[in-house]
Design a protein around this ligand. Structure first.
Ligand SMILES: O=P(O)(O)O[C@H]1O[C@H](CO)[C@@H](O)[C@H]1O
Ligand SMILES: O=c1cc[nH]c(=O)[nH]1
Length: 244
């Protein structure tokens, strides 16, 4: 049964979906990493695909920019397509001196200036956290691949262009590992509807020192991040089958 935003039939999505903001990145991931790929969504050009990675069925679909957009897609994937694991594979900005362009960061949780989790959590402050096992299996996958990752607190900003100049210094002081625009919303949706979620990002720019990634380097680092996400899923499967 289609939703207002997804035309796929029930069963068209795997139980695990990788989600970049950019639908063209979804296409790139599907073409580069998956076998036997079929397109399952094209509504609003928010491309979605299902294929296999090392024999395991995996889907990938864009979620757009910002918490309102990711919240729509994540909710519909969970409630209408029985998706159990949502893994955002995004880009982010760095604010700390020890986080550089091309680094891969994983969110244990995400702070935010968005009000969505207060809306769903009766006005209280919801701690928007990633699924622990999904996260640790991605961290283990990165270690096995020899890719250093920083794991910590993301900041999901409502405004890409924020006029408050004090914000960046505060984010630095509090050790934020990356600034992006969706993780806190994704974690809130997953908690509300009973799915597991995580966010892994490649640093595309440094907000303080002005470094930014060339398109060639972006492609390389991006592929590292996707491999970590996919191998993390295989490890998560294996741990589940082993009863861990
Ligand atoms: O590259 P993606 O995954 O879209 O992530 C980041 O890039 C967009 C802003 O340019 C926001 O969606 C932000 O979260
Ligand atoms: O949301 C984002 C993504 C990349 N870089 C930023 O500064 N913000």
């Amino acid at each position: 049964m289609a939703t207002p935003h997804i035309e796929a039939k029930r069963g068209d999505f795997a139980d695990t979906v990788l989600m970049p903001g950019d639908p063209l990145r979804a296409q790139h991931i599907a073409e580069t990493f998956l076998s036997d790929v079929r397109q399952v969504n094209s509504v609003r050009n928010m491309s979605g695909y299902t294929g296999t990675y090392q024999g395991r069925e995996i889907s990938v679909m864009g979620h757009g920019m910002g918490i309102p957009s990711v919240s729509i897609y994540a909710k519909e994937l969970i409630t209408d397509y029985d998706v159990k694991r949502l893994i955002r594979v995004g880009s982010c900005g760095a604010v700390r001196d020890d986080v550089a362009v091309r680094d891969v960061v994983i969110g244990m949780g995400a702070s935010t200036d968005s009000g969505v989790n207060r809306t769903r959590f009766l006005g209280h402050d919801f701690a928007a956290i990633a699924d622990f096992d999904l996260t640790r299996h991605a961290v283990d996958a990165a270690a096995a691949q020899g890719v250093p990752v920083k794991v910590g607190n993301l900041f999901s900003a409502d405004l890409f262009y924020n006029p408050d100049t004090a914000l960046i210094e505060t984010l630095r002081r509090y050790g934020i590992v990356g600034v992006e625009m969706e993780a806190a919303g994704l974690f809130g949706v997953a908690a509300e509807f009973g799915a597991r979620a995580m966010t892994i990002c490649t640093v595309s720019d440094h907000i303080v020192n002005g470094d930014s990634l060339s398109s060639e380097a972006r492609a390389t680092t991006f592929d590292e991040m996707v491999t970590i996400a996919l191998d993390g899923v295989l490890r998560d499967d294996a741990a589940g089958e082993a009863g861990a």
